[in-house]
Design a binder for this molecule. Structure first.
Ligand SMILES: O=P(O)(O)OC[C@H]1O[C@](O)(COP(=O)(O)O)[C@@H](O)[C@@H]1O
Ligand SMILES: [Mn+2]
Length: 644
């Protein structure tokens, strides 16, 4: 091994003891049970629901509480205690209101601190002391450790500990300690978070989800089609930009653009006011439980929605033309339609067009942007590329994200692996070279990263490719033959709205197909699973999220409120701990306030995906591999520095 490197390392480990201690520490960690992985997907801006799932660890917190206190505490108190762990600040306030005097409150403090200490101690039992210490509230590490010893039954010290707790209470620190311990529990029940795509679009607060992820100790992201749309917009793709604005208008979420990311929509509004009117097809979808905006505002949004949709359709045409191998010429709908008679022929059938808004479309050159439209989209692009907050969020998406991930033997991917009816990898020719399977995904990712690194390029292949990932036939994120956005706005007949799915979506029910895909990615098909998001599992219709004899798990049950009617539940999440995998189905989440008030929890049916015969250790995980490498290096340092 390079001695320069070892010399450098010796600055950190400057004594024999330090090296030895670290080696022993790492070896000990290798033999601990593997940490719990938590998988979520398709969050779609639903920050509150996501927070809830994070805070309850998909039911892990409740499970630990049950293990400790079931039969000891009545159900109501169990629930109340669980809620305290999820939302400690708010719950403490509510509980405190209940007491008439200090004595009662102090009694509650004493009891609660004791329970919290038991819970933290139990939740940390499979981790090292050092890990526990990191999870504890910094200012209370020493005190908490003292209290934790108590649970190891040193009864003659009883009064000493009572004193500590009393001191904490009388010094006014009890709230802080309880809050700190609650968060420590949340941190301890989950070791690593995987977000299997689609953080953005439809719901109101994707930015807050991003902030949460940025501050989360251990996380990775597999990009979803909606996420790459945002990345594309930031990386210079005007058509991706038009799409994100269109979706925000459609879901009445333009605040994200204006207020959160600070993008000025005035130019778009001016254009919209000039050319568009109210139009039922472009009124935003408003959830029944949300306050509708005032009528004037709704009309403005409806107009902007049309303005940006038309810009999108025009911009798409230029890409389709300059990239013949995207194989999308049948999507050149603006030139295919008969403007005079307001008709469009698709797959040999002619349909009337309704709710049209084609005032900016020139019959001779239907794909041509008006100069005004061009100026608007340029201004918007400038503005979006100069949003500091968006830059921070997009950089994080790039840093922690990838198109697919191999992690602890499983293959995580948002959408699909494009295959044909026989289950063979589909081939796409890009610049005269053929790509399929894993190579295709790798080249997609290569282009996406290139585009991100060159935001000044707006119509090179890499930038166009990001849009292809959003909507192309062989995109591993989209997985459908075409996106029928145009038809959904302008054609009544729902048959034209259907988007034909890649055969992957029915073939993934078969074990041999899943095994083949795992092999394509050099993974062990006996051990591995494929974990997908992207397509809502319709529990209502009896669809099973566990497919292919357990080789395939689909965890999109729809955090997105807009989709809960079709799924019947509010999302699946997956847990993978040392005992195996568990799928958790979440019931509809209304609000944090409801949980706080009623102690109701969106709890969670479990189904076993897989059960390890022997408890899995850190040694057998990705982290374990890294630790082994570290041990190897430390051993080299030991020999080089201290053993001769
Ligand atoms: O429900 P909306 O807003 O019409 O969006 C539908 C579009 O969203 C998509 O389903 C993609 O979004 P998902 O990744 O969430 O499925 C497209 O296939 C479809 O055209
Ligand atoms: Mn998706």
């Amino acid at each position: 091994m390079n001695t320069k490197y070892l010399d450098l390392l010796a600055q950190k480990y400057d004594s024999e003891e330090k090296v030895v201690t670290e080696i022993i520490n790492l070896k000990a960690i290798l033999n601990l049970p593997k940490g719990t992985e938590h998988f979520v997907s398709d969050l779609h801006g639903e920050y509150q629901a996501f927070q809830h799932v994070l805070r309850n660890g998909s039911g892990r917190v409740k499970e630990k509480i049950r293990d400790l206190f079931e039969g000891v505490l009545p159900e109501e108190e169990l629930n109340e205690f669980a809620t305290l762990v999820y939302y400690p600040e708010e719950k403490i306030k509510l509980i405190k209101n209940r007491f008439d005097n200090k004595e009662e409150l102090n009694e509650w403090y004493t009891l609660t601190i004791d329970r919290m200490i038991k819970l933290v101690s139990y939740a940390s039992s499979k981790y090292t002391r050092s890990k526990l210490r990191k999870a504890l509230p910094a200012q209370f590490v020493y005190i908490t450790e003292e209290l934790l010893y108590k649970t190891e039954d040193i009864t003659n010290k009883e009064s000493y500990y009572k004193k500590i707790v009393q001191q904490i209470i009388s010094l006014g620190q009890a709230d802080k300690l309880i809050i700190g311990l609650a968060y420590a529990t949340q941190k301890l029940v989950v070791d690593h978070l995987h977000v299997v795509g689609d953080i953005y679009d439809r719901g109101p607060e994707p930015d807050k989800i991003m902030e949460t992820l940025i501050h989360y100790p251990s996380v990775d992201i597999q990009w979803g089609n909606h996420d790459v749309l945002w990345i594309g917009a930031f990386a210079g793709s005007k058509v991706c930009l038009a799409n994100i604005l269109r979706i925000c208008a459609r879901y009445n979420n333009l605040e994200i653009i204006e207020d959160v990311y600070g993008i000025n929509l005035r130019p778009l509004l001016n254009l919209a006011e000039k050319y568009y009117e109210d139009n039922p097809a472009f009124r935003p979808k408003i959830q029944a439980d949300e306050n509708p905006s005032n009528p004037e505002e709704l009309e403005q949004i409806t107009k902007m929605h049309q303005a940006i949709a038309m810009i999108q359709f025009k911009l798409e045409s230029s890409i389709i033309k300059r990239r013949p191998y995207f194989n999308m010429t049948d999507r050149l709908l603006l030139e295919k339609m008969d403007m005079e008679n307001e008709e469009l022929t698709i797959h040999g059938k002619t349909y009337p067009l309704e709710n049209t808004c084609f005032r900016t479309v020139d019959k001779e050159h239907p794909n041509q942007l008006l100069e005004e439209e061009e100026q608007v989209i340029d201004k918007l692009l400038f503005s979006i590329q100069h949003s500091e907050k968006l830059a921070r969020h997009m950089k994080f998406l790039m840093k922690k994200g990838s198109l697919y991930l191999k992690y602890n033997g499983n293959l995580l991917i948002h959408g699909c692996i494009p295959i044909d009816e026989e289950g063979n990898m589909e081939t796409m020719t890009i610049e005269n070279k053929e790509y399929a399977g894993r190579e295709l995904l790798d080249i997609f990712e290569h282009y996406l990263r290139h585009s991100f690194a060159h935001p000044e390029e707006t119509d090179d292949l890499a930038t166009d490719m990001v849009w292809y990932l959003w909507t192309g036939e062989y995109s591993s994120l989209f997985g459908k033959r075409e996106m029928t956005t145009f038809e959904r706005y302008f054609i009544k007949d729902k048959a034209t709205h259907k988007e034909r799915k890649n055969p992957y979506f029915y073939l993934r029910e078969k074990e041999d197909i899943c095994r083949k895909i795992l092999e394509e990615f050099d993974m062990n098909p006996d051990q591995g699973h494929i974990i997908n998001g992207h397509t809502p599992v319709k529990e209502i219709e009896g669809e099973n999220p566990i497919k292919a004899n357990g080789k395939m798990v689909v965890i999109d049950g729809g955090f997105s409120k807009a989709y809960q009617r079709t799924t019947g539940i509010a999302g699946y999440t997956l847990l993978y701990n040392s005992y195996g995998m568990q799928l958790v189905a979440h019931k509809h989440f209304n609000s944090k306030e409801e949980v706080l008030r009623d102690g109701t929890d969106v709890l969670s049916v479990k189904r076993l995906v897989d059960k390890e015969l022997e408890r899995k250790k850190v040694l057998e995980t990705n982290v374990g591999e890294e630790l082994l490498q570290e041990i190897y290096i430390l051993n080299s340092l030991m020999e080089y520095r201290y053993m001769n």
